[in-house]
Design a protein around this ligand. Structure first.
Ligand code: NAD
Length: 259
């Protein structure tokens, strides 16, 4: 079967788990050449994504390693059409109680790591005069939330970095867009949200569709932004959030008989 990304080379960071893994699977289904990287491995990667799809070990904070992976992709496949920067970590707390080392770690991985991936692929895309960079930010980079200081600052930075990429490289045919997921059921979600107890229900309710999201639903948006279907879309911070950022939900839909 010929998918709609046949002949395209797509590189994904944070590809061993969650959203990055779902993107890798979706792009493989669409017949793209898929290359992943992650600081951890995944024994099921070949089964899930394909025998011929490499999963390189990478810490996104390592600029030299970022460039080495791009060199390996170019040596093997000759081009890079799309990049999804899904590597990321959670972290936060109220500012007076923040641990500066944790603050710095989160900024280094989420924001600086994203910038370094873009920096590594841009010379290739500039030479090609084409490419699509999709960053994974968050709804928490758009609006604040209790206790989210560290993570939210990093994701707000990712959104503006992405808009700046769109400004700087659009004339060269390179697009850059940020996906802002709502709460998505991945290992990161499982490590944090259940700890919130019944308060997690209030967060779920703010998603106007009344449920958590799935990693495949973020992969669908990433597919759109990598593919030619989005050829005139750049500089966008796209919420994929079940309506979380559409407004506040107070339960009036119950009164109005809309449930
Ligand atoms: N799950 C959610 O609710 C949610 C919501 C909004 C945004 N996001 C963002 O989506 C992205 C993917 O998160 P996820 O939910 O799939 O979590 P996840 O933990 O399943 O996946 C994140 C991946 O990033 C990798 N990673 C972490 N540090 C790294 C480093 N230094 N170098 C390379 N790789 C590293 C991890 O090993 C992991 O495989 C993250 O950027 C996250 O902030 C997630």
């Amino acid at each position: 079967m010929h998918g709609r990304l046949e002949g395209k080379v797509v590189y994904i960071t944070g590809a061993a788990s969650g959203i990055g893994l779902a993107c890798a699977q979706r792009f493989a289904e669409e017949s793209a050449v898929v290359v992943g990287s992650d600081i951890q491995t995944n024994d099921r990667w070949s089964d899930l994504v394909g025998d011929d799809a490499p999963l390189f070990e990478l810490d996104v904070r390592d600029e030299t390693a970022q460039h080495e992976i791009v060199s390996r992709i170019l040596a093997e496949y000759g081009r890079i059409d799309g990049v999804v920067t899904a590597a990321g970590v959670a972290g936060g707390g109220p500012v007076h109680a923040l641990d500066i080392e944790n603050w710095q770690l989160v900024q280094d991985i989420n924001l600086t790591g994203t910038m370094l991936t873009a920096k590594a692929v841009l010379p290739t895309m500039m030479e090609q005069r084409s490419g699509s960079i999709v960053t994974v930010a968050s709804i928490e980079g758009i609006e604040g939330c209790e206790g989210g200081s560290t993570y939210n600052a990093s994701k707000g930075g990712v959104i503006l970095l992405t808009k700046n990429l769109a400004n700087d490289y659009g004339r060269l045919g390179i697009r850059a867009n940020a996906i802002c997921p709502g709460f998505i059921q991945t290992p990161m979600f499982e490590a944090t949200v259940p700890l919130m107890g019944e308060r997690a229900d209030r967060i779920r309710e703010q998603h106007k569709l009344g449920r958590w999201g799935e990693a495949t639903e973020i992969a669908g948006a990433a597919y759109f932004l990598i593919s030619e279907d989005s050829s005139f879309v750049t500089g966008v911070a796209l919420p994929v959030d079940g309506g979380y950022t559409a407004g506040h939900w107070y339960g009036m839909t119950t009164l109005m008989g809309l449930e």
